[in-house]
Write a protein that binds this ligand. Sequence first.
Ligand SMILES: NC(=O)c1ccc[n+]([C@@H]2O[C@H](COP(=O)([O-])OP(=O)(O)OC[C@H]3O[C@@H](n4cnc5c(N)ncnc54)[C@H](O)[C@@H]3O)[C@@H](O)[C@H]2O)c1
Length: 284
Amino acid sequence: MAVKRIGVVGSGIMGSGIAECAAAAGFEVVVRSRAEHTAEAMLAALAKSLDRRVERGKLDAAERDAILGRVRAVTDLGELGDCDLVIESVVEDLDVKRHLFTELDRVAPEHAILATNTSTLPVVELAMHTSRPERVCGIHFFNPAPAMALVEIVRPLTAAEATIEEATAFATACGKTPVVVEDRAGFIVNALLFPYLNAAVRLMEQGVATKEDIDSAMKAGCGFPMGPFELLDLVGLDTSVAILEALYAEQREPALAPAATLRRMVAAELLGRKSGQGFYDYRS
Ligand SMILES: NC(=O)c1ccc[n+]([C@@H]2O[C@H](COP(=O)([O-])OP(=O)(O)OC[C@H]3O[C@@H](n4cnc5c(N)ncnc54)[C@H](O)[C@@H]3O)[C@@H](O)[C@H]2O)c1
């Protein structure tokens, strides 16, 4: 397989997780953050995540150091000029991503695949903001990326079969289970998951049960590892609202319009784990 050097754009929850997966699989990884301090925070988060794996006996210290040695943090997008595959994982906002794809098309080598980790946005729209729509696809990791096995490979109408095959081979090389899905809002998992998460918030709004009892019910009654409110906090409420908006924009189903509580919490910057507080408090 031709892919050796990976670029990751965005160093939030998912960007740092994807960088960890790729570096652990032996790829050289360049992560682009917008600022020095977020680049440093990403490297610190990566080191912490690897340390946890060493403590659990899943990784030895030499492997941890080797993985860290394969990740370089940069702030200049031009540093992605020698990457074979670039995965963008910035905020779930179509305008931001469109602009980024035009920039990536300018800096990445001609042969490089430009991929998005978007949860729901139309990949074809990003492809059409480049001069190489046949080399653009979705590579959608799940949260937390190092732990979750699934990767959805999203095929826009414009993608060449070789692009999908190389993206699939990359996910397999990362030890993941890839599935190929057409470019529809929510792909497979979020198309099924988010109507359920939104319905859980509505159930709470209607006073049917508390969030704690809804979480307990879905764990004890359905065998889910997390309840819907715990999962919304993990995903991030801003990202969750963006995902629901994209599902609603495509399907126009009233049930997919983000529950009012979600919107109000985002306005109050109660974003979940990443801001320290969401449906639950993570500050202590
Ligand atoms: N959180 C999840 O569970 C999850 C799972 C799979 C995919 N995703 C997708 O991954 C992407 C990133 O989500 P995340 O959860 O890591 O979010 P996050 O909030 O943790 O990180 C977002 C990143 O985008 C950067 N950013 C924000 N505004 C920007 C701008 N205007 N220009 C460039 N960069 C900007 C931030 O600095 C940060 O590095 C989104 O497309 C999201 O849909 C998220």
